[in-house]
Design a protein around this ligand. Sequence first.
Ligand SMILES: CC(C)(COP(=O)(O)OP(=O)(O)OC[C@H]1O[C@@H](n2cnc3c(N)ncnc32)[C@H](O)[C@@H]1OP(=O)(O)O)[C@@H](O)C(=O)NCCC(=O)NCCS
Length: 199
Amino acid sequence: MTAMSASHTRFVQLSADEFRARLREALDIYVSAMRYPAGTAEQRAPMWLTHALREGWRCIAALDADGRLLGLAYGYRGSPGQWWHEQVRRGLLKAAGEHAATHWLTDYFELTEIHVRPASQGLGIGEDLLRRLLDGVPHQHVLLSTPEGTSRAWKLYRRVGFADVLRDYHFAGDPRPFAILGRTLPLPDSGATGTCDSH
Ligand SMILES: CC(C)(COP(=O)(O)OP(=O)(O)OC[C@H]1O[C@@H](n2cnc3c(N)ncnc32)[C@H](O)[C@@H]1OP(=O)(O)O)[C@@H](O)C(=O)NCCC(=O)NCCS
């Protein structure tokens, strides 16, 4: 997997303490990768710290030769009572019914964040982060949400076999439409991406 990525990139799993120590650096990448306004980092910091306390939380970081953060991906076990879980459940019940909600939400890992510094995008770091994050995750499914529209993130998710779970969904308090994408775990090796629905 490392051979696919930019040379000199090192991938490490961060402990919660290491994540907290790099929080400012991680949020800087998030804000620049998502092109969010200044001030977003301040707003997100408490949420990211809370996430790091959740069951099954894990985080993979990509570092350059000097140990600077080039990107990161994290997630945790999705559970009833979590805001995202309840929002997605509400949407799935409405759009697809109880069976679909139970199928997707009983045993899953929520891929919460994946971001690569803009200058380092397009080199395979994102796919490497995603594969390493999901490697060995002991759940049946992985789920994520992403804004509707064409983006590099969409290409990456499709490439590794994420299918539609819910489309054009509006989370409470956010005017943007989102897609919820998911797939079974484990991920197949790169080059054999398995099921991927039409889009
Ligand atoms: C989405 C994101 C994490 C993907 O990370 P990335 O490192 O850019 O992704 P990858 O390099 O693995 O794949 C992206 C492209 O690089 C190409 N690529 C992969 N390996 C490569 C290599 N060795 N050499 C050159 N290109 C390569 C891929 O084919 C892909 O090309 P495409 O986008 O034209 O299809 C990153 O682009 C990002 O941070 N985007 C903004 C934030 C964001 O949208 N986050 C997700 C929110 S839901």
